[in-house]
Design a protein. Structure first.
Length: 359
């Protein structure tokens, strides 16, 4: 629940963002992506819309990323701005972009990804109509597409099974997500005032902060709208990407840090709408499973102990939340004890990896 000071601030911020001339701010955190950033920025400029703002944050790149970004800024004055900073990691770059965004809505685009031009036109039309009506929704959800390198098959992630398209929804209108389905950063367009109300500051020099970005603003979100269009193109499969299995195993301590933050952010069941609580438990359980999985895949005895600590921390935070998380199907599987449990996790991961074709 918001206190009086928060409510006054929210009203002032909402008044500002609904009267700004910028409908949508794209924030592009960029680090050593000279090979890809042109494709990203070109897609964002494709609508030729005067009410779109692009904020590129050059996060201490050592290649030509910053130079390329500056060239785009010179060619597109008033539409695109570049901020150069010393390296602060993905979260630090997003924080900087958010601090400079002036649009009513905001969307994060990683610099090696891009948007579909025709879908962007559709989304902008929807956002403008929301603002014109004067009661704009807090969160717009779209589909995203896995664009795996050297693969012709494109996997589209949709949400039509949990929310009807084109209608303003509350959290209690949302259906049950599938076991492996959740709202990731690539699918989300937040109202800027929602991000500000949540007081989100992502940790610096930490990977996987997109989990936090997709989680912390949710209690400040009351209305949603699903637009059934394939806006975001998520480029996967390039070497060294942060979602590669070997990379995630090597950075499991950062997954653990993100999990600890999400655990602290989880509201008690009677403090938010039940539909929102149900979804947040679902999302937290997925993060607990992902973190636990890579702790097990490391095959390091110390990480097995850390996995136990993860679940103890959850219990200490809130017995009610811990019970609800543990009761989910994946969490029951991840907590099968001993060598048998670890074998089940490793076999299950290999099967899932092959089915998804993720790496």
């Amino acid at each position: 629940m918001m206190n009086r000071q928060d409510a006054v601030m929210a009203t002032a911020v909402d008044h500002y963002v609904t009267h700004t001339r910028i409908t949508l701010s794209f924030i592009v955190p960029a680090y050593n992506v000279a090979e890809y950033i042109g494709r990203c920025v070109s897609s964002l400029l494709s609508s030729h819309a005067a009410d779109v703002e692009i904020v590129i944050v050059d996060d201490g790149s050592t290649d030509e990323t910053g130079i390329i970004a500056d060239q785009y800024a010179l060619a597109n004055p008033g539409l695109l701005k570049v901020i150069h900073q010393s390296n602060q990691g993905h979260g630090g770059a997003i924080n900087t972009g958010l601090a400079h965004a002036t649009g009513a809505y905001v969307k994060i685009i990683d610099a090696d990804d891009w948007v579909d031009p025709s879908s962007l036109i559709t989304v902008l039309s929807v956002l403008r109509e929301q603002l014109r009506q004067g009661s704009a929704v807090d969160l717009v959800v779209t589909n995203y597409v896995y664009e795996k390198q050297n693969k012709h098959f494109k996997h589209v992630v949709r949400y039509d099974n949990v929310m009807p398209a084109g209608r303003k929804l509350s959290w209690d209108d949302i259906g049950s997500f599938r076991t492996n389905q959740y709202l990731i950063m690539h699918s989300l367009i937040f109202k800027t005032s929602v991000i500000q109300r949540s007081r989100m500051q992502l940790p610096h020099h930490t990977f996987y902060v997109d989990f936090i970005f997709s989680y912390q603003p949710l209690p400040s979100t009351t209305t949603l709208l699903y637009v059934d269009t394939n806006l975001y193109r998520y480029f996967t499969g390039r070497q060294g990407q942060s979602v590669e299995t070997k990379t995630m195993v090597s950075r499991v301590n950062q997954l653990m840090r993100v999990n600890q933050i999400m655990t602290r952010l989880t509201p008690e069941p009677d403090s938010v709408p039940m539909g929102l609580y149900r979804y947040m438990i679902h999302y937290l359980s997925i993060n607990c499973v992902i973190t636990s999985t890579f702790l097990i895949l490391s095959k390091e005895r110390e990480n097995y102990r850390i996995k136990q600590h993860l679940w103890q921390q959850l219990e200490s935070r809130s017995p009610a939340i811990a019970e609800d998380v543990r009761s989910t199907t994946l969490c029951r599987l991840i907590n099968i004890p001993g060598r048998t449990g670890r074998l089940v996790v490793r076999c299950g991961y290999r099967i899932a990896e092959a089915a998804i074709g993720f790496n």
